[in-house]
Ligand binder design. Sequence first.
Ligand code: 13P
Ligand code: ZN
Length: 274
Amino acid sequence: MVHYKDLGLVNTREMFKKAIDGGYAIPAYNFNNMEQLQAIITACIDTQSPVILQVSRGARNYANQTLLRYMAEGALRIVNDSGKPVPVALHLDHGDSYELCVSCIESGFSSVMIDGSSLPYEENTALTRKVTDYAHKHDVTVEGELGILAGIEEEVSSEVSHYTDPDDVEDFVKRTNVDSLAISIGTSHGAYKFKPGEKIPPLEFDILKEIENRITGFPIVLHGSSSVLQEYVGMINQYGGKMEGAVGVPEDQLREAAKSAVCKINIDSRSEEH
Ligand code: 13P
Ligand code: ZN
């Protein structure tokens, strides 16, 4: 077993507390290859932003889990040698089983997501609790999820979203002992969230407010939140990429959400297409 603290990584607990107190959110970037990781750490050192490096199941299959783990360790070395270090967490994104979470924790991850959101409520609760019981023994933080996002995230896909029911959140957080909760309030996975030229509907801020009333100050995570900046979509298409019509969540809405207990914003969209 390699413990993340021996690698110099941090879990998300302190990061989230500071982010909530400061009214900002931490970027959680998925990475699949060296170029993406280079860009992520360069930007985070330049802007002095704490960062969560995320590895998905798909990335583990594509790039090899051992290679990704050592790439993250290399990235951390560069951050620490920069003279302007920032906190770095290594997180499993959309973990779908207890065994996968354990395997990541044993190889040095500081945080894991167990995504039981497609399971019936009681099964999601039981699976998430099983993961937190193991993770917390190693001081690893755990993200759970309630509600279903529209869009495609590797094997997880849904045509429509099912918003998180505020009536469930308090019970879920209490019984699972999770450290953060991913919710569904209108964001969606993938780079094609809206049609170009279409009026973008606002996120469900009323649901967010109701959730916050039930679990005040508890760390909230937004998935499917790439802003897919149009200047970069243009640049990608100009140089041979194929992202015609890609539209993300407007940045002003993400900034608005980050003023609340939303303290982690997930950005992947869709790295393999970049
Ligand atoms: P996007 O699909 O908006 O990039 O969101 C990424 C994500 O939620 C990863 O878990
Ligand atoms: Zn996601």
